[in-house]
Design a protein around this ligand. Structure first.
Ligand SMILES: [Ca+2]
Ligand SMILES: [Ca+2]
Length: 248
């Protein structure tokens, strides 16, 4: 169940008809509370949703400003969604429930997911595997909701300002990786450009060896990964003047 559905069910959908509605208010409240507790006991799923869905309201506008959610349904709140009334704006999510937010989501004006950011787990070889609580990867969705682009960020050891920058950018079409660019040297300039076929097999790599952001060499591969040819001497129009075939 999505956040919007939970919201609708809890705050917009009419409450179930209370059979004791004709009682005076003073009698009504404890009886409804009793009925609610009985329902909760009888329906653990309803009780879980109720316990983990907490709403906050803006003190001035009285509009819904935040709602919590138990995304993995284990009975503990793991998602905090900023709301503008009934419209979700952004979410912070603790996917592994270790007390640190590790996924961030942003929604467009129509409430659709437009951006997801997350913190990548540190590789086993990393000196420090502590999670920082800051995102270092971001996926951007196109109008159809599918991922269009993913960006990975790092702090380069060469950078004295220790600024986190995008080091790899992947481009997707119809949810398939079509090309990527990468800053392999940590200079802040993309120096490796990868091209993929319809089955996401790497078929060409262009390398910028003069650190001007423009490729100088192109390696062409078969879908099986065999080097077919090397092109050099960029012609300034995206092509190359010289082609070498290995072994010939
Ligand atoms: Ca949970
Ligand atoms: Ca976490």
């Amino acid at each position: 169940m999505g956040v919007a559905t939970v919201f609708r069910r809890l705050f917009i959908a009419p409450l179930p008809h209370c059979p004791i509605a004709s009682f005076r208010l003073i009698a009504l409240l404890p009886l409804c509370l009793f009925a609610s507790l009985t329902l909760s006991c009888a329906n653990p799923e309803r009780a879980r949703v109720k316990a983990t869905t907490q709403a906050s309201y803006d003190a001035k506008t009285l509009k819904l400003s935040e709602i919590t959610y138990d995304k993995n349904k284990d009975g503990r709140i793991d998602t905090w969604t900023k709301m503008d009334g009934s419209r979700p704006v952004s979410s912070e999510i603790d996917t592994d429930e270790d007390g640190k937010i590790d996924r961030w989501e942003e929604y467009g004006p129509d409430g659709k997911l437009v951006k997801v950011m997350w913190e990548r787990p540190k590789p086993p070889t990393a000196k420090d595997r502590t999670m920082t609580g800051k995102p270092d990867a971001a996926a951007f969705m196109g109008p159809d909701g599918a991922v269009e682009r993913i960006e990975y960020s790092e702090v380069s050891e060469l950078d004295p300002t220790k600024t986190q920058r995008v080091v790899r950018r992947e481009f997707y079409r119809d949810a398939h990786l079509v090309r990527a660019e990468e800053d392999t040297l940590g200079t802040g300039i993309m120096d490796r450009f990868e091209y993929y076929d319809a089955n996401e097999r790497l078929v060409a790599v262009e390398l910028d060896e003069t650190a001007d952001g423009k490729p100088d060499r192109r390696l062409n591969y078969s879908p099986e990964g065999v080097l077919l040819s090397i092109e050099t001497g960029p012609d300034g129009k995206g092509g190359y003047l010289k082609k070498t075939i290995p072994g010939k």
